[in-house]
Ligand binder design. Structure first.
Ligand code: ADP
Length: 677
């Protein structure tokens, strides 16, 4: 509705409400018993978006009404002064209940505190402004007296509270409907039946208590009807029904029926009926709003309980799927929670760890310090955390018969915040760091070997350089027979260093560089190698090749692989033996199996696995090398999804290195996927 239309409607309602109470039956000692105009004024202002317009119109109408219709110019002043109680009430609501509809917000009155605020504001403002009006009235208007004051205050208070409560509740409900589409009323057959029941009960009480037996105190039973409505219906419905009951009681009393009608003074009688109406309203609202608040609290609690249990389920799921073990342990040793990973980490392959309900003696866990000492009960990380220590990433070794290589576990533990009245708790987390620890050890070995292998030739070169310097110092001329061997020693040492550095580089490339796979004919690779290794004019019979397939691989790496293997085959031969190398291959199911066999010195059985490790040499004196070539080969083959191993040469003396490589892109992709999963 446009604002101006709303203003016009309220203006009309205000005039009608003011005129309606001029009837003689509604007057007591010259004062109207009911004040609907006051209630209308309250709603007008409470819902106003334009206080200046609405407020001025309201005061002006009240002034005109008093001066013109009641034929007394002073009333133009008195009416507006009384109405200031309404202004004060609405201002109070805006100040102390701004979220509420009527106080400037959009929420319906929903708490007992808000209802109490309305009662308080109505009481104080009625007392102040109606008294001011009375004082002016006594001074200025003939026939006005202090005797009218209690009725006027009570009428103002009752009107503001009764119409205010109904109006604020209904207005809020309408606002909610407009904002969020909340239903205006919920009509169900049972609810309609119940309302009819309330109406019948109230009608019966009115007939019996007000008309038939006014001397018998049965009217209090209207309170029961008010409670019934309040317990079963919403606050707006409760306010409407209880105010309606109060109005019926008031109408009956004014017409001489009921217990209040026996009071002779009409003003006293009017005040009593107003008190009766208010009592019904207060009972209804107290029950209804308390019930609503309880309901809201329960709903809120239920929602947060649902949310919490949902979160707990999520967390449990997360814990169950963690690869790290997690346990929450209570003082005394009860394990409150342990995830499946913990059991897996504490047991060897094929075992099932049992003690996840409570902490067992330390020996059960088969954990050892890195120096080999077994973990004692007192040293258990959960216990140390309970004692206030924070255990961070400490390494322990798990030794089990089914785990010959052992397992390295990193354990942390921390005390959890204690809940009042509950035993102290700590949380321990366990992580498998075997691979990391192996990697770390390998890295340390690697660094040690690199330092040693670089240092060696360096000290040789610097030793010979020193000797050469010495020779120069002692004589101006060093004969070529002395100097030349020294220089060639220095050259040999630097050459060894150069080779070692280039091997290291090749090792890194084989490990890290992205594969650039293509169709690589092995035949051509071997031929190129033969040409470079043997040089033109050498006897070709030393490398014998069979039918060699194409492979799907990184060309540069395949070249390096075969170069290392053929190079070793030439290198590791007994002195005086003419090296003979055979490169043979067969193909099936997308894979080529290639064998490089030689007539060399062979490899002892117990060394056949270890020679593929970085820097491992089979201890052959008289053969140069750094122990990196086969590690590079292994890396290259494995990066292509294949395998490499060595056996003795079935044809007699020497060794046979066998490796597999994919011959199609699909085989390579399938092997890589298998490895990654
Ligand atoms: P390097 O040759 O630099 O020592 P490799 O990794 O190529 O390093 O080889 C590791 C060890 O394996 C060598 O020290 C050697 O003892 C052994 N080996 C490699 N190839 C052969 C071969 N064809 N015949 C005999 N022993 C070999």
């Amino acid at each position: 509705m446009p604002p101006i239309g709303r203003t016009a409607l309220f203006l009309l309602a205000f005039v009608i409400a003011s005129l309606a109470v001029r009837d003689d039956t509604l007057m007591a000692n010259g004062v109207p018993v009911v004040g609907p105009a006051i209630g209308v004024a309250l709603l007008w202002l409470a819902s106003s978006a334009n206080w200046w317009l609405d407020g001025t119109l309201l005061l002006a109408t009240s002034a005109v009404f008093g001066a013109v219709l009641q034929d007394d110019p002073w009333l133009a002043l008195l009416g507006p002064v009384g109405l200031l109680a309404v202004f004060a009430t609405v201002l109070g609501l805006r100040r102390w209940a701004p979220e509420m509809w009527g106080g400037g917000g959009r929420e319906p009155m929903g708490t007992l505190a808000q209802f109490a605020l309305l009662l308080l504001l109505a009481a104080v403002s009625s007392l102040v402004f109606v008294s001011a009006r009375a004082a002016l009235g006594v001074l200025l208007v003939d026939g006005e007296s202090w005797a009218q004051l209690p009725l006027r205050i009570s009428r103002s208070f009752t009107s503001i509270v009764a119409l205010g409560t109904v109006g604020l509740l209904v207005g809020g409900r309408l606002a909610q409907h407009a904002d969020r589409g909340a239903p205006l009323v919920r009509v169900t057959p049972t609810r309609v039946l119940e309302l009819v029941g309330v109406a019948i009960m109230s009608a019966a009480i009115f007939v019996v208590g007000f008309v038939q037996h006014p001397a018998v105190p049965t009217t209090f039973m209207l309170g029961l009807a008010a409670v019934w409505v309040a317990v079963r219906f919403s606050p707006p419905t409760t306010s409407i029904v209880t105010v309606a009951m109060g109005i019926v009681a008031l109408a009956l009393s004014m017409n001489g029926h009921g217990p209040i009608a026996v009071i002779e003074d009409p003003a006293e009688q009017a005040v009593m009926t107003q008190v009766f109406l208010l009592a019904l309203l207060v009972i209804g609202m107290a029950v209804s709003l308390t019930r609503r608040q309880l309901f809201e609290t329960i709903t809120r609690l239920q929602r947060s309980e649902d949310r919490l249990s949902h979160r707990a389920a999520e967390l449990n799921l997360m814990l169950d799927h963690l690869n790290d073990g997690v346990a929450i342990v209570e003082e005394g040793g009860r394990i409150v929670h342990a995830n499946p990973a913990l059991g897996r980490l504490l047991s060897g392959p094929g075992e099932r760890f049992q003690g996840l309900d409570r902490i067992r003696p330390a020996a059960t866990y088969r954990l050892f310090h890195p120096d080999g000492r077994p973990l004692t009960d007192e040293e258990m990380p959960y216990l140390r955390a309970l004692r206030g220590e924070t255990v961070i990433d400490e390494e322990y070794h798990l030794r089990a018969p089914t785990l010959p290589a052992g397992r390295v576990l990193s354990i942390s533990a921390v005390a959890l915040p204690t809940e009042p009245g509950q035993p102290a708790r700590s949380m321990a987390t366990v992580r498998d760091v075997t691979a990391e620890s192996e990697h770390r050890d390998a890295l340390a070995d690697f660094a040690g070997t690199v330092a040693h292998d670089l240092n060696n030739p360096l000290s040789v070169a610097s030793g010979w350089a020193e000797s050469l310097e010495e020779a120069f110092r002692s004589s101006d001329q060093v004969p070529a027979t002395t100097g030349a061997p020294m220089v060639s020693h220095i050259q040999a040492a630097t050459e060894r260093m150069r080779e070692f550095i280039s091997d290291l580089l090749a090792h890194t490339v084989a490990r890290d560089q992205a594969l650039q796979c293509e169709r690589v004919p092995l035949r051509n690779v071997v031929k190129d190698l033969e040409d470079t290794r043997l040089g033109p004019g050498s006897s070709r019979q030393e490398v014998e090749t069979g039918e060699l397939p194409d492979v799907w691989a990184d060309r540069a790496l395949v070249l390096q692989l075969l170069d290392n293997l053929i190079g070793n085959a030439f290198k590791y031969v007994a002195p005086g033996t003419v090296p003979r190398v055979q490169v043979l291959a067969e193909e099936s199911d997308g894979w080529a199996t290639v064998r490089v066999c030689d007539n060399g010195i062979g490899i002892p059985e117990d060394q056949r696995q270890r020679i593929f490790e970085t820097f491992h040499r089979a201890g052959r004196k008289g053969y140069d090398g750094h122990g990196l070539g086969l590690a590079i080969c292994k890396r290259i083959v494995e990066r292509h999804g294949g395998r490499i191993w060595v056996t003795g040469n079935p044809e007699g003396q020497g060794s046979c290195f066998t490796f597999t490589l994919p011959t199609t892109a699909e085989a390579l992709a399938a092997a890589t996927a298998r490895r990654e999963s």
